[in-house]
Design a protein around this ligand. Structure first.
Ligand SMILES: Nc1ncnc2c1ncn2[C@@H]1O[C@H](COP(=O)(O)OP(=O)(O)OP(=O)(O)O)[C@@H](O)[C@H]1O
Ligand SMILES: [Mg+2]
Length: 295
C-alpha cells in the first residue's frame, strides 16, 4: 500500500518557504562563527564525543570562544561529558534556543538537553533528523564564536551528510581513530566521505594510544602507531595521540568533565597540544595556511 502523505495541515509551498528561511538564518548565523569543524570517525566507541568535549575545553583554555553542537540525535553524550547532564535548554524572549554554558564558557546545544529523561530514546528517520539539525543550527543564539565543534554519531550517514549540506563553508573535519589496524578501513571510509563532499580534512587524532603505568612504562594496548601510519598512508596530518586513562571513563560516567577535573593529566596536556596544532592549521600562520587534505 502506498504510504499516506503526512497530515501536517501545511502546504508544500509553505514548507519550502520555511526551509528557505531556515537556510538563510543558518547562513547568517554561521557567518559569525570563524571556524566550523566536524568530528568524524567511521567507527563507534573510539572516543569522538570525549575528544569533541575535551578539544572544546582545550581551545577555550587557549582563549577561544567555543561551542559544541551535539549532532548525535540518538545517542547524545556531550551533555554528560561537559558536565551539563540534567540541564534543560532555555529559549530567549525572541524564541531562540539559548545554549547551555559549561566550564570555561563552552556553549553546548544537544537534543539530550531537551529531553525530560536522559534515557528517552529518540526514534527519528533521516528526513526528521535533517530538519532537527537544520532547526538547531538556524534557531540557536550562537552569537560570535571562534569555533563550533560538531560531534556526530559513528559512520558516514544522514547526520554527516546533513551537516555537510547545511554548512557548506565548513572549515574541515577532524577524524578520530584508535590505534588498531582494524580501524584503518573505517578511517579510510571517513576520508573518502570527506573528499567526496569536498570537506577539507584538518587531520587525524589517535585516541586510546597507550596506557602509562605509574613507573612510566608505556603499554600499547591496541597496537602501536597505527594512527600515524594511516596519516602517512593517506597524506593527512597527524594531530596527536591521547593516552588511555581509566579516570576518563570514570569521569564521563559520573558526568564530570575530565579535562577540567584532571588538568595536569597526560591526556589533558595532550589535548592542549592538539588544540595548538588545530589553531596553527586553521588560523594559519607559519607555512601551514588553512586546512587541506595534503600533509
Ligand atoms: N582515552 C581514553 N581513555 C579511557 N577511556 C576513554 C578514552 N576515550 C574515551 N574513553 C571512554 O570510551 C567510551 C567511548 O567514548 P565516546 O562515547 O567518546 O566514543 P564515541 O566515539 O563518541 O562513541 P559513539 O560512537 O557511541 O558516539 C566512553 O566510556 C569514554 O569515557
Ligand atoms: Mg559519541
Amino acid at each position: 500500500m502506498a504510504s499516506r502523505p503526512p497530515r501536517t495541515g501545511i502546504t508544500r509551498e509553505q514548507i519550502f518557504k520555511q526551509i528557505m528561511e531556515q537556510q538563510r538564518k543558518i547562513k547568517e548565523k554561521m557567518s559569525k562563527i570563524k571556524y566550523k569543524i566536524m568530528i568524524l570517525s567511521g567507527k563507534g566507541g573510539v572516543g569522538k564525543s570525549f575528544v569533541t568535549a575535551s578539544l572544546a575545553f582545550a581551545l577555550a583554555k587557549k582563549g577561544r570562544k567555543v561551542a559544541i553542537l551535539d549532532a548525535d540525535i540518538h545517542g547524545p553524550s556531550i551533555p554528560k561529558m561537559t558536565g551539563l547532564q540534567g540541564y534543560t535548554l532555555m529559549a530567549s524572549p525572541e524564541g531562540e534556543i539559548l545554549p547551555a554554558t559549561a566550564e570555561l564558557g563552552v556553549k553546548v546545544v544537544s537534543i539530550g538537553l531537551m529531553l525530560a529523561e536522559a534515557a528517552t530514546p529518540v526514534i527519528w528517520r533521516g528526513p526528521l533528523k535533517a530538519s532537527a539539525l537544520r532547526e538547531l543550527l538556524a534557531y540557536t543564539a550562537w552569537g560570535e564564536l571562534d569555533y563550533l565543534l560538531i560531534d556526530l554519531p559513528p559512520g558516514t550517514g544522514d547526520e554527516q551528510l546533513s551537516i555537510a549540506q547545511l554548512i557548506p563553508d565548513l572549515t574541515g573535519a577532524i577524524i578520530v581513530t584508535i590505534p588498531s589496524d582494524v580501524s584503518r578501513i573505517v578511517v579510510l571510509k571517513a576520508v573518502t566521505f570527506a573528499k567526496k563532499l569536498n570537506i577539507p580534512i584538518i587531520g587525524i587524532i589517535e585516541n586510546m594510544s597507550y596506557f602509562e603505568c605509574p613507573d612510566g612504562s608505556r603499554h600499547y594496548i591496541f597496537g602501536k602507531g597505527a594512527g600515524r601510519r594511516i596519516a602517512e598512508e593517506t597524506g593527512l596530518r597527524f594531530l596527536g595521540e591521547i593516552p588511555i586513562d581509566p579516570r576518563i571513563s570514570e569521569a564521563n560516567d559520573k558526568g564530570e568533565p575530565f579535562f577540567i577535573k584532571y588538568p595536569d593529566s597526560k591526556a589533558a596536556k595532550a589535548f592542549l597540544a592538539v588544540a595548538d596544532r588545530v589553531i596553527e592549521i586553521v588560523e594559519g600562520g607559519g607555512e601551514e595556511k588553512g586546512p587541506s587534505t595534503e600533509k
